[in-house]
Design a protein around this ligand. Structure first.
Ligand SMILES: [Zn+2]
Length: 65
């Protein structure tokens, strides 16, 4: 199964190296939003979710989950 992932290194102006992965968009968005708020001081809301969604990627099939 392909997992979705989000790499915080791609966040603008961030030197955070955390990568978050999950099987579903919903789970990933939830954890990523919590991370953005607690670690980066973002305010949770539609704008943050939209930014996170742009960073969301699919892992390659060859990478074991
Ligand atoms: Zn981060």
């Amino acid at each position: 199964m392909r997992r979705k992932y989000l790499d915080c290194r791609e966040s603008p102006g961030s030197n955070c190296t955390v990568a978050i992965s999950a099987d579903t968009d919903e789970e990933l968005m939830e954890v990523a939003a919590q991370h953005a708020v607690s670690a980066h001081g973002y305010k949770d809301g539609p704008e943050l979710r939209e930014e996170l969604r742009k960073m969301l990627k699919k892992q390659e099939e060859s990478i074991p989950a």
